[in-house]
Design a protein around this ligand. Sequence first.
Ligand SMILES: Nc1nc2c(ncn2[C@@H]2O[C@H](COP(=O)(O)OP(=O)(O)O)[C@@H](O)[C@H]2O)c(=O)[nH]1
Ligand SMILES: [Mg+2]
Length: 362
Amino acid sequence: MAAVGPSAPSSDVVALTSAVLGGTGMARRRAVAKAITLLESTRTDHRDLADQLLAVLMPRAGGAFRLGLSGVPGVGKSTLIESLGLHLIDQGLTVAVLTIDPSSAVSGGSILGDKTRMEKLSVHEKAYIRPSPSSGTLGGVAEKTREAILVLEAADYDVVIVETVGVGQSEIAVAGMTDMFVLMQLPNAGDELQAIKKGVMEVADLVLINKADLDPDAATRAQAQIASALRLLGQHGNPQRAGHDPTQWQPRVLPLSAWSGQGVAALWSAAQEFRTLRTGSGAWESRRRQQAQAWMWERIDAGLRQAFRADAPVRERLLTLSQEVAQGRVVGSVAARELLALFRGSEPQVDAAQPPLPGAST
Ligand SMILES: Nc1nc2c(ncn2[C@@H]2O[C@H](COP(=O)(O)OP(=O)(O)O)[C@@H](O)[C@H]2O)c(=O)[nH]1
Ligand SMILES: [Mg+2]
């Protein structure tokens, strides 16, 4: 990163861009690592360079299969990534893995455990594995990950796996940046209820019952239970999934042993079937378009919120007003209008188009 300094000419960006676009093997891995480090930097001058970099890479992005993967700690995500990653490499593909874990700054993550679980993949020249950015809010971490996906695609990785632990809203964030969202479950019902409660099941395109080798019967039972839960969600939870239109993907449940590799090939062929079906119906592209716009709005909202909280007149009033709202002395919506007016630097505007108050005589 030393070459990218405060007064760095954008020739650094040019060099980095061509390294990302033209590299292969270890050179590509190094270039990608450097580019993602630039994206993750919080320095303003780095951000400017990162934006330049993204602008140049953007036309070359979009080619990968973006695969989301989630499940509680210990379910076997790292083990699956190792076996799936090696399977994909066997098929002549290149693989990149990104992780979203907003808690990693606190927990220190489980990078050591993951390195041993992804022993072969982590050193393979056709793979690139990047741990979660170690600081920031979920929104911030998710933003870096989305940008990193574009870099990896420009670098011509065929499959980008975005992994997340099942904490908070990170699963929904991952489902919102990938083409297909895969949820890993253990063969017990408690898990399944959790996922339904958190709204994760609704966004799953595929559910894997892992560790099927330990108790194949339990895995089969879990498979049937979750399949019927998904059918119910299809009827009640997600109107898009109602009916049995053969051109539409119906979420599936597959048993898996990430550890032995049993079921990994079936998982990948289901993923390819998903892609073919969704490409044919146009759903693949429309999901991406919606995601791109949702991303823009999510960032606008976050930026406005940040600007609002940093605004001097707002800060002066915010604490008092929010206490008064908490104590029931001021109506929340009234306080919000006053603060927003302060933020805009103007008195509340009376909208001339509004109808007169009920009962008001004119
Ligand atoms: N028996 C069995 N153990 C597994 C399987 N997949 C993962 N494990 C084990 O479960 C533990 C947690 O796996 P890991 O991949 O680190 O889970 P993660 O926290 O979701 O990344 C490790 O000890 C793995 O060896 C499987 O399919 N069968
Ligand atoms: Mg792991």
